[in-house]
Design a protein around this ligand. Structure first.
Ligand code: XMP
Length: 327
């Protein structure tokens, strides 16, 4: 029986057996709700939307239409992984939209952080709505709402992202199969549905993506430096057993240059800042202290492998006073 609220006595889903029972119940509920109709899902590749996609594929197969919008601000390898996992392996009906140029053109020259966020959010809805309009017979919209989203929206902390802010004329009935779960439970369910561990246990990643890690006006070359340095950092954290242990870690490439020297010639390039933090609620965060060996290795790889970088800096500031992201 579908329920809108998490029962007070619900046992926390921590084992494969509990996850299997939840999956079986949701598959039944989804089939009852959706019948033979089509369901649309914005699949970002994040934990919640990926688990919702896997649940719906299991329940209604190709009645689910997933739309993956690449806004050009995703991490290295992310769109490729979404295509590989969902289209190639799970045989999902996946529409991939590479809207990189559209987003980066709109963002060109925009320096104000909140304006950047608004452009990214607004453009995302527009691209998604355009794709939805091309499809016939969609009656349902699936969303990765989880229980803390509902609690926070009830407490007035967060606006409930109901229907993702789609235009008024686009009315769908919502399918929210993980809405009574906590994040850790979503991960256990995702693993049982066969999603790769690096997708299910991935660190939080902001909606505006690498856009907020390329402070000020985003340029393609500086964005590429953020993407490449982030990929090196993630690779080294995984190799050193820090993946899944450190809450969040990323690089930032600020919009200023400093003098350096390479192969006997003067350089004038950007610094790359490394930030790695731990927290339970992101209101307060502490810094992960890296070993000297890892610090040296990260510096060496980033200055050698990332074009445009001639210095690597480490941000060892807790929150407060510093926020996690730079803008
Ligand atoms: P701050 O910078 O506020 O970040 O200390 C706290 C957490 O929120 C994430 N964050 C965002 N997530 N859209 C998101 O979906 C955003 O605009 C955004 N800004 C910050 C940040 O990555 C950290 O986990």
């Amino acid at each position: 029986m579908a329920t809108d609220r998490r029962p007070d006595d619900m046992i926390r889903i921590t084992t494969p057996e509990l996850a299997d029972a939840f999956i079986a119940e949701q598959v039944k509920d989804i089939r009852e709700q959706v019948g033979d109709k089509k369901v649309l899902l914005a699949l970002s590749g994040g934990v919640d939307s990926s688990v919702v996609a896997a649940l719906l594929i299991k329940a209604v197969g190709d009645q689910l239409v997933c739309v993956h919008v690449n806004h050009g601000l995703l991490r290295k390898g992310e769109p490729e992984q979404v295509i590989k996992v969902f289209r190639d392996e799970m045989k999902a009906n996946l529409i991939y939209v590479d809207a990189t140029d559209r987003f980066l053109d709109k963002l060109a020259g925009v320096t104000d952080p909140e304006t950047k966020r608004k452009i990214i959010g607004g453009e995302f809805i527009e691209v998604f709505a355009e794709e939805a309009r091309k499809l016939d017979g969609i009656e349902f919209l699936a969303q990765g709402t989880i229980w803390p989203d509902i609690l926070e929206s009830e407490a007035g902390i967060k606006a409930h992202h109901n229907a993702g802010g789609l235009p008024e004329d686009m009315k769908f009935e919502l399918v929210e199969p993980v809405k009574i779960l906590f994040k850790d439970e979503v991960r256990v369910v995702g693993e049982r549905l066969g999603l790769p561990a690096n997708m299910v246990y991935r660190q939080p990643f902001p909606g505006p993506g690498l856009g907020v890690r390329c402070p000020g006006a985003i340029t393609r070359d500086r964005l590429e430096a953020v993407r490449e340095s982030d990929a090196i950092l993630r690779e080294e954290f995984a190799k050193n057993g820090l993946e899944g242990k450190v809450w969040q870690y990323f690089t930032v490439v600020p919009d200023f240059k400093s003098t350096g020297v390479k192969d006997g010639k003067r350089t004038f390039d950007w610094p790359c800042i490394i930030r790695a933090i731990n927290t339970t609620d992101v209101m307060e965060v502490t810094v992960e202290h890296l070993s000297n060996e890892l610090i040296d290795h990260l510096v060496d790889r980033i200055i050698k492998e990332v074009p445009g970088i001639n210095r690597v800096l480490f941000d060892y500031t807790p929150k407060p006073p510093a926020t996690v992201e730079y803008e």
